[in-house]
Write a new protein. Structure first.
Lengths: 322, 322
């Protein structure tokens, strides 16, 4: 079996490539190395069944693959806002290229969407039926709307051209191979703690977040991709959903203060202290996925506890900052 | 001055081309004639300052223009759902091509967005700050999300590359040159009345809609495009809007029953009767634009009364069906 992983040198893409190699696939990783990195795939390059194409997903793609996983897009605000036009092009032209290839070759596709398509959510927790609350013209729109439009393109290619595409909406995920400048709270806290810089907590730190360890996500992706199409179609039709979309995240809630303390507990030599700053007015009180559909369809739920996942992630950043 | 009008052989595009010719422009109309028609530009083709390119807006565009008006996209559900992949490609690739051309040549751009970006609106009437309520994977998504993403692309090209782009969100508009199979209520009623077929009213017909006559819209577009950029920037910044987006529609409300009766009054020879059918569960009770921003910026409001606009439209459809 041959698989193409776009964004294959990125955080999640590199974990997926590794897993597919273990599962016996021939794996082609495609990445323009804009936020992905050769370091993430260094060990994979020696594998005889692995190959790497340094290319942009927005350019036409050739080849024949049984499965295509589309993970190509900068996903953290500092990265996706650096060149917002490039971000929206990556989202939209990327999936158009992949859908064209899939239509021509019959490849099965998994498209990585995001919890950000729910935007500044008016419901909590979000399930897959929620349509979202997103600004079309703001600073985050290049990612949020680009990803929304990519879902539309997937749904339409499926309906109109019969492409077998399965979508996932990924919630906050962390682990080794994260970009050091990702800018979100897990990597920020770990890097600050390792450097002996203060950890900044906004408000009193009682706002909660959910953190999914990368291998839990990859496991769900593989389970989902292995399901027969007939089962996928029947499941989502029974749910009244017009296309297969599945939230994947960890519903356990941690307060930001608990996260900061756990990071410091695991790095006892750190000289960092906690500092408290005023809470930005638009900081959401909670963020938590509803994963009932993934549980029902895949019999899946996250297994890696935060303490264990953090230990792996801290070890990784120690080696990177080394 | 040179202008490019994409969708120039369509309903609104053909009116705009005519108006620009009157205003002394050299006008190039670009249209793939998917829903546009040669009949709409027949009289313009004889004008020495008018030229026509039969091309798709999703293909790269060359030439130098002072102003570009992007009106290219099937806009009625039966048309935009016929080939939904083509619709989303038209929305997104079209505006990407135009933005690239504008960035290269310094052209000023007016992008036609739509009230459909508000989706199944939770507020009434909608003003430009409302973010909308749109399904990413449904049957209407190709148009709604394609148009949302096009707004994002405009806003990002403006911020990142300095393109002078002005967006309009067009509400229900009618008039001569409408496609006979547009499928929306004004053309449906007129054509049914002219053919002597029954006019179907859903529910008791007390639900209200707003109808903007085409020349009112074209007048607003020209006023908006003539404004100096500095004034545009200052106005929208003062409104707290991240990009220039302006609702254009007619806020007068008519019940569907009033519309049907007015059409029959104007076609006294019609043998049509009113028939009542059950109201679909998702039929909105009201639809009405908030045009306070357009009034404030342009000193504009719609002037053509429904009776007068209907008379013109009926005369047009008589000649087409003739």
């Amino acid at each position: 079996m041959k698989a193409l992983v776009t964004g294959g040198a990125g955080f999640l893409g590199s974990h997926l490539c590794r897993r597919l190699l273990v599962d016996g696939y021939e794996v082609t990783a495609l990445d323009n190395l804009y936020t992905g990195s050769r370091r993430n795939i260094d060990q994979l390059l020696a594998h005889p069944a692995f190959s790497f194409r340094e290319r942009d997903v927005a350019d036409p793609i050739d080849g024949e693959f049984d499965e295509i996983y589309n993970l190509a897009c900068p996903a953290s605000p500092p990265h996706y806002q650096r060149d917002s036009v490039m971000t929206v092009r990556t989202c939209v032209l990327g999936i158009l290229n992949i859908m064209e290839l899939a239509e021509k070759t019959g490849a099965k596709v998994m498209h990585a969407s995001t919890s950000e398509i729910y935007g500044d959510s008016l419901v909590y927790p979000q399930n897959e039926r929620y349509w979202g609350n997103v600004n079309t013209i703001g600073l985050r729109s290049c990612y949020d709307e680009g990803k929304r439009c990519a879902e539309t393109i997937c749904a339409d290619y499926r309906r109109q051209h019969g492409v077998d595409v399965r979508m996932i909406r990924i919630f906050n995920t962390y682990g080794p191979n994260m970009h050091p400048e990702d800018g979100r709270v897990v990597s920020n806290f770990i890097i600050e703690a390792l450097k002996g810089e203060d950890l900044t907590v906004y408000g009193d730190g009682s706002q909660t977040r959910s953190f999914q360890y990368c291998t839990d996500l990859i496991r769900a992706m593989r389970l989902y991709m292995e399901k027969p199409r007939t089962e996928i179609d029947a499941f989502f039709a029974a749910q009244g959903l017009e296309a297969p979309v599945l939230n994947l995240g960890n519903p356990s809630e941690w307060t930001i203060l608990e996260l900061a303390r756990e990071v410091l507990r695991q790095i006892p030599e750190s000289k960092s202290r906690l500092v408290f700053r005023p809470l930005p007015s638009d900081d959401p009180k909670h963020r938590k996925p509803d994963i009932a559909l993934a549980k029902a369809l895949l019999g899946w739920e996250p297994e890696v506890p935060l303490a264990a996942g953090l230990a792996q992630t801290i070890a990784y950043f120690e080696s990177v900052l080394g």
